[in-house]
Design a protein around this ligand. Structure first.
Ligand code: SF4
Length: 336
């Protein structure tokens, strides 16, 4: 049986970047091709988003991928799925015109300076660029059903650049999507600023807001080395408050991450402190582990055994303590 290929994000994903739309926020396996992950230029509400053109571009790439002509920016990506030609009908909606995954990445403003931030180079390149008001674009997408919740009730949005909670329209954005019945909102925040609105939605049945905070340390000193700001206590306090809200309905709605950064936090002592604070002091019920992306890319994904052992160690501690656990992108593709 002939094998075909697809990616749900190539078909229906939209990454809103500072000055353009892309298909996804990923391309982690093809860092040099990242800039070719491009749909159309878009610099804010003054530009009209040409949806017909956007879907024409998507259809061509979806069709190319289907028959084995993988776009270079997708090369090696773990989101590519293989399927039998006989099942092609099942995926006919890959050619339908709607978006069901939005990554919000139009702003890189942040209140921390994490050493691993993948916005860092972009910040240097775009430091004079003023982020625009994204609210009218979302309103248009929801009203015109470009972001189509009736077609895809599992559609979701994710904040993918900068610190979302400090966006001027942050509350309005999450309220707007919640009002339209959006069930999945992923909020990646550094946790330095607490959002009452996010905390309220965390506790609200049917909204499915998920917050992920990368703490990466179990001590003030290592935290400061990673984030370059002295905010360990504030972040812990905010994690505790979010955990209390999540506990009311869905404890897994709050995840706390440990990104292993070689030569900074790559030891069991720091991991143990992180684990104990999260689980015993802050009430966190869901932990996540990953490997630092820039390091991973620079080493062509060759992760040394001791780092793999640390990842397995985190997983084992979670299993032993009945804590939900997940590996994220780099750790996930290691198949530990
Ligand atoms: S295959 Fe990977 S890089 Fe390509 S569109 Fe899908 S998620 Fe993005």
């Amino acid at each position: 049986m002939k094998k075909l290929f697809r990616c749900k994000y190539l078909a229906h994903g939209l990454y809103i970047h500072y000055d353009c739309f892309r298909h996804c926020h990923l391309s982690i396996h093809s860092p040099k091709e990242r800039n070719n992950n491009f749909i159309i230029p878009y610099k804010g509400p003054k530009d009209k988003a040409d949806w017909d053109l956007i879907f024409d571009i998507k259809h061509k790439l979806v069709n190319d991928m289907r028959y084995g002509d993988i776009p270079p920016f997708c090369s090696g990506c773990h989101w590519i799925e293989e399927f039998d030609e006989a099942d092609a009908e099942k995926f006919s909606s890959d050619f339908d015109n709607y978006i069901d995954m939005i990554w919000i990445g139009h702003s890189n403003e942040c209140n921390a300076n994490c050493i691993y931030c993948f916005s860092y180079l972009e910040i240097l390149e775009h430091r004079t660029y003023k982020p625009y008001n994204i609210f009218p674009l979302f309103k248009e997408m929801l009203d015109k059903k470009i972001y189509n919740l009736s077609k895809e009730p599992e559609a979701h949005i994710s904040f993918a650049m900068g610190e979302p909670v400090i966006l001027k329209k942050f509350d309005d954005i999450i309220k707007l999507f919640a009002k339209y019945g959006n069930k999945h909102i992923a909020l990646y925040t550094n946790g330095i600023k607490f959002s009452k609105m996010a905390s309220k939605l965390l506790a609200q049945k049917g909204v499915n807001l998920n917050i992920v905070i990368s703490l990466d340390a179990g001590s003030k000193s290592v935290f400061k080395q990673v984030k370059k700001v002295d905010k360990f206590k504030d972040v812990c306090k905010n994690i505790k408050n979010y955990a209390a809200s999540a506990a009311k309905d869905n404890p897994k709605a709050l995840g706390v991450k440990y990104i292993i950064i070689p030569n900074i936090n790559d030891n069991k002592e720091e991991i143990d402190k992180w684990f104990d604070i999260c689980v015993n002091n802050l009430g966190v019920k869901y932990l996540i582990a990953d490997v630092e992306e820039k390091w991973f890319v620079n080493h062509n994904g060759n992760v040394p055994d001791y780092v793999k052992d640390l990842l397995r160690y985190i997983r084992q501690r979670c299993l032993d303590n009945s804590i939900d656990f997940e590996f994220y992108d780099r750790a996930l593709v290691l198949h530990l």
